[in-house]
Design a protein around this ligand. Sequence first.
Ligand code: CA
Length: 304
Amino acid sequence: MTTPGTSGTVEAHIPDAGWRRIGDLADSGWTELSPRGLRADAVRIAAPAERGATPARQRGRVEHLVPWFADSPAADAELTDEIDTVIGGETQRVSLRLTPRRPADIRGKVTVRAPQGVVVRAPRETTLPRGTAVTVPLDVTVPDGTPAGTYRIQVTFGDTTRTLTVRACPRTGGPDLAQGATARSSGDETEEFPASAAIDGDPQTRWSSPAEDDAWWQLELARPVRLGALVLRWQEAYASAYSVQVSPDGRTWSTAATVRHGRGGRETVRMDAPATRFVRVQGVKRATRFGYSLWSVEAYAVTP
Ligand SMILES: [Ca+2]
């Protein structure tokens, strides 16, 4: 794009061959040129010499130069990394965002390769209007009978493939097991913010840790359960990364869930952790300069 009336020649640099003219600027200010098949490593606009004018006073101006690359994928694709889906539960929608990289509309098909046990529905055909990103909805369902576990789904558009990880989690229910449990922590910020404040049923009280990334909060349940989910309600000072550790005895621990991109607020973390008596929210990375802070934690068992 140039200011209307700008004149000049567009040239491409071909390695070992030098500059080659691929066309002239259009008077209108909008020029689109295709150097079909040329493999160039630079583009330039050569303005005609104007007698007596300094470069700054040359007639016209180039506003934007948009290169289109023919040897890159036709579209960029961004896909949700990972979702938790309850077995036999509701369908979940994830988004595939496609950004076209061609100077034309792109029509294509989103193809999905899903292992047995995971059903993914995608639109039959997708059109990306030139220069316009499109969000394609993908509906993911894990039917009853699918074993709990991690499934990888490959989603392809044109020559671009992305992977969605679906964690199939067992259904949970029953009472909140955190009620009647004992809370502990690696440390409390002050006496005003004890570990027990996260299970006291009072939405106004909270646990708060010292400002340490590896701080933790722990629950000792009344008896061992097959733990299926924790529901965390974070204060503004949340963890951007953390894990849920479980233990039958408070001595040997294993990782039941890993949260790499915590978003704070109300978060449900799903797992399938049999014989769990102790459960720990183990901090990895603080989202703020403050310690971690939780208004409440609820714990639910897998339903038979
Ligand atoms: Ca509370």
